[in-house]
Design a protein around this ligand. Sequence first.
Ligand code: DGJ
Length: 729
Amino acid sequence: MNIYFDEKEKIFHLQNKNMSYIMQVMEGGYLVHLYWGRKIKEYHKSNPIIFVDRGFSPNPDSNNRTFSLDTIPNEYPAYGNGDFRNPAYQLQLENGSTVTDLRYAKHEIYDGKRKLKGLPAVYVEDKNEAKTLEITMEDKAIGLTVILSYTIFEKFDALTRSVQFKNNGSEKIKILKALSASVDFRSSEYDVLTFHGAHTNERNMDRRPLVSGIQSVESRRGASSPQNDPFIALLEKNADEDCKEVYAFNFVYSGNFIASAEVDQFKNTRVSMGINPFDFSWILGQKESFQTPEVVMVYSSKGLGSMSRTYNKLYQSRLCRGKFRDTVRPILVNNWEATYFNFNADKIVEIAAEGKKLGIELMVLDDGWFGKRDDDFSSLGDWIVDKNKLPDGLKDLANRIHDIGMNFGLWFEPEMVSENSDLYRSHPDWCLHVPNRPHTFGRSQLVLDLSRNDVCDYIIEAVSKVLSSAPINYVKWDMNRHMTEVGSAKLSPERQRETAHRYMLGLYKILEELTSRFPEVLFESCSSGGGRFDAGMLYYMPQTWASDNTDAICRLKIQYGTSVVYPISSIGAHVSTVPNHQVGRITPMNIRGHVAMSGNLGYELDLTKLSEEDKELVKLQISTYKEIREIIQFGDFYRVLSPFDGNEAGWNFVSKDKSEMVGYYFNILAQPAAASRILKFKGLDENTLYENIATKEAFYGDELMNVGLSIPIIREDFSSLMWRFKKIK
Ligand code: DGJ
């Protein structure tokens, strides 16, 4: 890995063993993008920009009609001086104008990667893991500098980008738009991949050919949200899981975002990503700076599978932090679907005791333990134990769970306040609101104004108090509504549009503080299921509840889609009861177990009500999972059959040293005249002899990958198969 700078040609070449990224400072100081893709040894300008007079494309020099910012690949495009495509940023000056002009000033190359102050970001543990280039661009007329940061990694085919604006001038600058990355591709022959979803239906894959104009996904909901993910990728036309080029962008941010691909008049494609400029602005006073969050760009020449493994490994090892980053995760039972709000201490202990017999390691008490929370109309904000349900308090309950031999976890929703709560009654101005406008409710609750320091301090202290009061080993951090009436009582009128981003900075500050105060606690994020499953959250909490939909069949798509970017170790997956509470489907315990074992296994049902037969199956699932969880959570994941293509799904996990493999096949509905099916595993060592642990049959890796295994004819709906292979030679 290196970053080269050719002084004479003013060309930057960022390179690691598989990938090159090339830019040039052109005459006049314009920074242009030349190449991103498979590694090349040296760049000798084989793809010069062709300068022609394009009608209607404006020229900075009236005597040279062939040069236009509208037709060159700009690295961080401006608005107002010729480029009519999507700008990467837009500023408003005191005179009302929105025209700016950035030119190259200087650059710095250094080993390692700096932290982004107050923001989540990929990090390095040793400065030899990455190299960083910081290019300083200047608009001399207004004293603005913009630092474009690029980090390339030794071990990952990834590049991170972020941008810092600094006002060194004498006037206030209003940032209207400040994206984190923009890349101009000199082709539009791609498919674009994004995700869409909803509560209980997260991360569905959308792949379609690019067309002229802008295609984008975004969030205006105040959270990254389940509606669209902060992700976009361009795929070579026939790229699949294993072949062809993929260029992916993922945003390390949990708030409003935009990700777009614009095909221009000349069939170039501009991909851009950053904070959504919708309802956003930021006042930059003299000497102030503004740091954008980070975009992680991944290149793969071997299809989507390899792209995912890059994201998975990078995020697992250099985005997630803390004690649990490298530790196998506990198998938990959560009481939500078992009891909802209707529980008491004895009931929780009863579930835990049954869980212990089955091998479960952590009992999680969900919503309803505080205030007067017998339904979801009250008490958020009042983080004081409800003595009606837990008469001897939390400490006593936690101790009883520990006495059984299990760890104890607790649910919080700290970002929210119920109108019916002591907190709201004493601080009605602590929620996001706009003067003289009625509140809009979501789940009958309001969003606390995390742009305020006093509110953040309250949350830190209130949660700390509970966590210090009892032996609590795990926190489920929930967030169950999106933002409306986005305004803060503490901000001046001209700063109101900073509220949503300041909220995110406040949230990140709270999470940084709490996770540092309680390093022994495993934090799992949640937002009505997987409604804020993003890289920003993973920096603070290494796992996320993937969906409130626990139906095994729906989960096939949800977990498959989630694995495209996020590590398996981050995907919370629970076995629940049947008929399923979200869709009413009745599926066998076998498939429910196999789907949940493909993530971070947990249970979410009343274990005391399981039949003896199901208890035996659950016991087996748990003991098996304990043997394989290292491979599932920390091995390599290969998608084999996509549930988005029809009636089946399949995937396999391979241990880091390729000595073990776990494979799964899922068949949704039994078919008449069922086709003969072969499942070909991926990622094995072709020269290793693997033995099927159950049948003792042995095959070399090349046979398992190229010939594959026959799937028996399936005569039952909702069937699944699991294989475990171990190296014997
Ligand atoms: C939404 C979460 O996704 C659920 O798992 C559960 O914790 C409820 N909130 C509790 O209110």
